[in-house]
Design a protein around this ligand. Structure first.
Ligand code: ZN
Length: 372
């Protein structure tokens, strides 16, 4: 029970039907909106979240209280939507499913206690069991002192701060080590696609600590090779491919493991898949996804004969939604298209286990797909 107060920070209110108090419940951000406005008009004290949401958007002119523009922007960009069929509830921030487990609670406590304990000291960096050049590199990153083009420009070594690899943005630390399109596929390669804590904007030091807490030395090694690949391309014009970055990191991790006895690299080997024919009927392959969660979303699929001959395909843009919705829409449109073409013996294939469970009725819990 000693952890109770610390764990409490890990729970938050999730908007469903919108019966939460608009001003007095903490349903967005870290404090109730009443603490972010000069005063709450008496007419608004009983206002619920759903009273301000109509016809698919926020109706700020229905609120008597003056809502600062930054709050209006925060609400508009929050992705929160009212869904009358789902009650408001409390969810757990420590896991993407929103469901608390002892394991995720433990991980949450470890991460948050370590960050608090270590905030005043740098000793944690030097205690990590890696070659010292990596400790030093991590120390430089935490001090925002690696010579990115933004830093070089600030120090008058260069007149430009643009990324030398993609040329699309200023090369700050995050762009250089994480966000540049030449880099982010490396991180996706170790399974970080869609992992909120990795991609969200935050202070560099906090990001490093969270990553080290979750990924251990794997993070430091991959980060090191991402930086090496950047320097190699920008200075020596020698390109190190993403797959080679992961291979080099993987080898270094093995060496470190032999020397220091630490865990192995969490690198996901590519998995080869193939299409398998069926005896009779047609096969529908479908897929759907959203760029963000929620974000711009679409779906598509195709119908093939039992031996793999192309029959027809479909694709659609939906607007703003989430992955699971798109996977389900892909299945629906695939089945409808097959039906309209007169096919009655069909096999529908989707790579989304969650969607298949929902279609087959095996899933009976609500899945939260809004951003945290
Ligand atoms: Zn770039």
């Amino acid at each position: 029970m000693k952890a109770k107060s610390k764990l409490a920070d890990g729970f938050k209110l999730k908007v469903g039907a919108g019966d939460l108090s608009f001003f007095f419940d903490t349903w967005i951000g870290h404090e109730p909106l009443c603490q972010q406005v000069p005063w709450v008009a008496i007419q608004d004290t009983a206002l619920k979240v759903r009273d301000v949401w109509r016809q698919g958007d926020w109706q700020f002119h229905d609120v008597y209280t003056i809502l600062p523009l930054d709050i209006q922007r925060q609400l508009s960009s929050s992705g929160i939507m009212i869904n009358e069929s789902v009650p408001d509830c409390i969810t757990w921030k420590g896991d993407q499913s929103g469901i608390y487990t002892v394991k995720s609670g433990y991980a949450w406590l470890i991460n948050h206690t370590q960050i608090q304990q270590d905030s005043s000291s740098w000793s944690w960096i030097w205690k990590i069991k890696v070659p010292q050049k990596l400790n030093f590199f991590l120390w430089l990153v935490c001090h925002e002192a690696i010579p990115t083009n933004v830093l070089r420009r600030q120090r008058h070594f260069s007149s430009l701060d643009v990324c030398g690899r993609c040329g699309n943005a200023a090369e700050c630390i995050f762009h250089c080590l994480r966000d540049c399109w030449k880099v982010n596929s490396v991180w996706r390669g170790i399974g970080l696609e869609g992992v909120d804590w990795f991609w969200k904007s935050q202070p560099v030091m906090q990001w490093v600590k969270i990553c080290v807490s979750n990924l251990g030395v794997t993070f430091i090694i991959v980060l090191w090779w991402v930086w090496r690949a950047r320097c190699s391309e920008c200075m020596a014009k020698e390109i190190i491919l993403d797959s080679d970055v992961l291979l080099l990191a993987s080898r270094m991790q093995a060496d470190i493991q032999r020397s220091f006895g630490v865990e192995s690299l969490k690198y996901k080997e590519p998995r080869w898949v193939s299409w398998t024919p069926i005896l009779e009927g047609v096969v529908i392959n479908v897929d759907g996804s959203a760029f963000g969660n929620p974000g711009r979303a679409g779906y598509g699929g195709l119908i093939r004969s039992n031996i793999g001959e192309w029959i027809c395909g479909f694709a659609g843009y939906f607007g703003i939604s989430n992955n699971i919705h798109m996977e389900l829409l892909a299945i629906l449109h695939g089945l409808e298209l097959a039906w309209s073409r007169g096919f009655r013996n069909v096999e529908c294939r989707s790579d989304c286990l969650e969607a298949l469970s929902l279609v087959q009725g095996a899933q009976n819990r609500f899945i939260f797909m809004q951003p945290s």
